[in-house]
Design a protein around this ligand. Structure first.
Ligand SMILES: Cc1ncc(COP(=O)(O)O)c(C=O)c1O
Length: 369
């Protein structure tokens, strides 16, 4: 079902996103097999655009024993989807609704003394102490870690928190050999936690790239997001893509040479040709920055998108071939039949595949299989 609720009849061919949960399951099993410890399935941002509950349930059925998300709202949605493994929410404001976390059995990260002060008031809560291991982003700065450990120990002794884990994140995991600093920082952080009297049993640092290329960083749990949905940021293997994005041709016209196409006439036809119109644009997740490079699969082969990608539509040049309204174009898919892939769209737009899969618009109909 699409995210838009309407009472109109659903046309036989709408812009549609097909999600292949079999691919998610296969990718999950790969990570479960290669991980030295356990696998946390990261389903933030609506399961990387593939459906939060669907991806969470599929990953758990395929062997993941943790679920990870950023916000508490996402964590609650995971619980409500019927998942009963531990769920960690690692990015929250200082006034996070701790009572809701407790009610739903959600683990919270603790990146600062201010977070700890709020969390301990509503405890007992299971927490993961979060150290910045080189991102200068989320997590406690190294100079604040000692004070956080002492305060966490006091809170634990008072029965307000239970320190389950220590977590960090690697800044350059796609670069071979670049994890040593982050690994050292996390292990030093764990050691300091132990010296403070804490006994975290779950150390976690690696995401998809490090899980694939650097077993030394696996520790107790690897947090896998991109890899579950077929994205390999390390470029070292081939995972199964889970999305197929299609759109119907809604109009076809024959034009002469010298015809300006779309806004600004950035494309002018060199010869007489046939143009097919698809009702999808940047509001549906086709990045405007891919204009001039993008292709779709239509009528048995690749076709160039002509002119600038509009908010709701793109024009495709099909030359002298016959295409009729109702024909289906594949915007992207796994690539097995010659259609463009998510990775190609990312390259055309000068971005990463993650941005493409999380950017599909709300009016695209979703079908899960
Ligand atoms: C803290 C943290 N852990 C794990 C992940 C999952 O990373 P990946 O998608 O590379 O598996 C993310 C995603 O950005 C993250 O922010």
């Amino acid at each position: 079902m699409g995210a838009l609720v309407t009472s109109i009849r659903h046309a036989s061919a709408e812009p549609s996103l097909e999600v292949d949960l079999g691919a998610v399951a296969a990718n999950t099993r790969r990570f479960v097999a290669l991980a030295r410890g356990e696998v946390m399935a990261v389903v933030k941002a609506d399961g990387f655009g593939h459906g939060l509950g669907d991806v969470a349930r599929t990953a758990v059925a395929a062997g993941a024993t943790w679920i990870g998300v950023t916000s508490l709202a996402e964590a609650v949605a995971v619980r409500e989807s019927g998942v009963d493994v531990p769920v960690l929410s690692w990015l929250n404001p200082v006034d996070v609704d701790v009572r809701t976390a407790v009610r739903y059995g959600i683990d919270l990260s603790v990146p600062s003394l201010r977070h700890l002060a709020v969390i301990e008031q509503a405890g007992p809560v299971r927490v993961h102490l979060q150290l910045d291991t080189g991102m200068a982003r989320d997590g406690a700065a190294p100079q604040d870690w000692l004070a956080l450990m002492s305060a966490a120990r006091r809170a634990e002794l008072a029965g307000k928190i239970s320190v389950v884990g220590v977590m960090g994140h690697l800044p350059c995991a796609d670069t071979p050999g670049a994890n040593a600093g982050g690994r050292r920082a996390l292990l030093r952080g764990v050691e300091m936690a132990r010296q403070a009297g804490l006994r975290p049993s779950v150390r976690h640092l690696a995401a998809t790239s490090a899980a694939l290329t650097d077993p030394g960083s696996h520790l107790d749990v690897v947090r896998i997001g991109a890899g579950l949905v077929g994205i390999d940021p390390s470029g070292t293997t081939r995972l199964r893509s889970a999305l197929r994005f299609t759109a119907p041709v809604v109009q076809v016209r024959r034009v002469e040479a010298g015809c300006g196409v779309g806004y600004g006439h950035s494309h002018v036809t060199e010869r007489a040709t046939t143009l097919a119109l698809l009702p999808v644009g940047y509001a549906d997740g086709l990045p405007r920055a891919a204009s001039g490079h993008a292709e779709v699969f239509l009528g048995g082969r690749r076709r160039r998108v002509a002119g600038v990608i509009s908010m709701d539509q793109v024009v495709v040049d099909v030359g002298d071939d016959v295409v009729v309204p109702g024909d289906e174009a594949v915007v992207f898919g796994p690539g097995d039949d010659g259609e463009p892939t998510v990775a190609e769209w990312a390259r055309w737009a000068g971005t990463i595949p993650h941005e493409i899969v999380t950017g599909i618009g709300a009016r695209v109909w979703r079908h899960v299989r």
